[in-house]
Design a protein around this ligand. Structure first.
Ligand SMILES: [Zn+2]
Ligand SMILES: [Zn+2]
Ligand SMILES: [Zn+2]
Length: 136
């Protein structure tokens, strides 16, 4: 998909921009690795990521799931802890189809990976959090 410069600007002004890690921004970071940000920048608190994705992802016709089918929603960056797992996502590229571990884990003897990394490819569903385990 082509991204025009005006699109990027709009994207950055989103309340929940897509981060490089594949999560929609779920927090505001005011300091990271000794650097202070004022005002704070959008961040993913799960991955400690403050890089906004440079790629545009198509959420059309995608669904996001939490724990059950009843908690299925249309994929949207506004869902809590939304994680994109479609084509081109970090998850589709870096998770192993055989064992589910990240590619980097395959070089770590302590982790029982399959030992032969194979990219998973796009997942049929994205993820979000429906609140089933509370919000604290
Ligand atoms: Zn993340
Ligand atoms: Zn749930
Ligand atoms: Zn593996």
């Amino acid at each position: 998909m082509m991204i025009s410069p005006s699109n990027i600007t709009e994207h950055k002004q989103d309340k929940h921009p897509m981060m490089r890690c594949g999560h929609a921004a779920n927090g505001i970071c005011t300091s990271m690795a000794g650097v202070k940000y004022s005002p704070g920048v959008p961040s993913c608190v799960i991955c400690s990521c403050i890089d906004i994705a440079t790629q545009e992802f198509d959420l059309t016709n995608r669904k996001a799931r939490c724990c059950t089918l009843e908690s299925e929603r249309d994929s949207s960056l506004d869902l809590a802890f939304f994680e994109y797992r479609g084509p081109g996502s970090k998850q589709s590229i870096e998770s192993c189809a055989n064992c589910g571990y990240y590619e980097v884990a395959h070089n770590k003897p302590k982790i029982k990976s399959c030992g032969a990394f194979k990219p998973h490819g796009a997942y049929g569903y994205d993820l979000y959090y429906c609140g089933c385990k509370g919000w604290d």
